[in-house]
Write a protein that binds this ligand. Structure first.
Ligand code: SF4
Length: 300
């Protein structure tokens, strides 16, 4: 069996920054350091930080007064910051700067008098944070929801969740631009999402099966699996080698492997070890050179 690795894969700059923030907070502040929502959607990352003294909670009201809390990379609605202030919490915000950009766009276009449509997935943490910035209509491609029934000439701005499928999002945007006459489109899919999906498309040209390594609740991992299937290749999303089924590989000679933006490379290496392939090669892909600065209080 031959294995082909997608490039790029694994951690993006927003995930690296969020993990660094928790680690630096653990170095500097009393334990436990609370983390509101999983810092990134990966159980190994969460467990590793919890073993060092982090404690993950879903609700700000579950954090003892005066404690330090890191808000996750996915972004948070203003009401969570207000709750934290009422409880006297020390908040360190690990929201990815590319998500913060979407929050800023939402407030700006709303102040300009435009009605907002967010193309995103109902229930995802990032969508919760973005929807909290101002009033907006959510369009979710999974339930085939339509553009809202506003007047045709309503000034509209379209924002997107950062981790959606490039192809599905462009279909939703076309539907909106076909429905309203005055539309500003901000395609907010981030560089990491776009590059990893492009790499999966390349893998799907040369492999019989693709393994996406990452968590079930990771939006960008799920999209990678869907992109592989949309390009005609059987694909599975697994956390690690324990979740592989040997029957998947009957008659398979070429396996593609990629991983989502929140997946540690160790998990990819563990899967390669378990497959014990004859060869491992990497495809040509975008060389990402992106990093984000830390919050001021953690910079030395
Ligand atoms: S996937 Fe994109 S938006 Fe999400 S943390 Fe990474 S860079 Fe930021």
């Amino acid at each position: 069996m031959d294995v082909f690795l997608g490039i790029p894969r694994g951690f993006c700059a927003g995930v690296v920054r969020a993990i660094n923030i928790v680690e630096l907070a653990l170095d500097r502040y009393p334990h436990p350091v609370y983390v509101k929502h999983q810092i990134v959607h990966n159980p190994y990352v969460v467990q590793s930080l919890e073993s060092k003294g982090a404690r993950t909670v879903e609700d700000v009201d579950d954090i003892p007064e005066g404690a330090t809390v890191v808000f996750s990379a996915h972004g948070s609605p203003p009401e969570d910051f207000e709750k934290a202030q009422r409880r006297g919490l020390h908040v360190i915000d690990a929201t990815c700067p590319l998500v913060t950009k979407v929050h800023n766009e939402a407030r700006r276009y709303s102040n300009d008098g435009r009605k907002l449509i967010l193309v995103g997935h109902h229930g995802h943490q990032e969508v919760r944070g973005t929807m909290g910035q101002t009033s907006m209509h959510l369009m979710d491609d999974r339930d085939l929801s339509s553009p809202p029934g506003w007047e045709d000439d309503t000034p509209v701005a379209v924002l997107t969740q950062t981790t959606l499928s490039v192809d599905d999002t462009s279909k939703s945007i076309s539907e909106i631009t076909g429905r309203f006459s005055d539309v500003v489109v901000r395609n907010d899919l981030c560089y990491a999402t776009t590059n990893r999906q492009e790499a999966v498309k390349q893998l799907s040209q040369i492999t019989d099966l693709i393994l996406v390594i990452g968590a079930e609740n990771s939006s960008n991992c799920n999209r990678l699996r869907e992109v592989a299937e949309a390009n005609g290749v059987r694909a599975y999303l697994i956390n690690g080698p324990d979740e592989m089924d040997s029957r998947w590989f009957d008659g398979v000679e070429k396996v593609g492997i990629t991983s989502g933006a929140s997946t540690p490379e160790d998990m990819v290496l563990a899967v390669i070890d378990a497959l014990a392939p004859d060869t491992v090669s990497t495809i040509d892909g975008v060389d990402e050179d992106v990093s984000f600065v830390l919050p001021r209080e953690l910079r030395d």
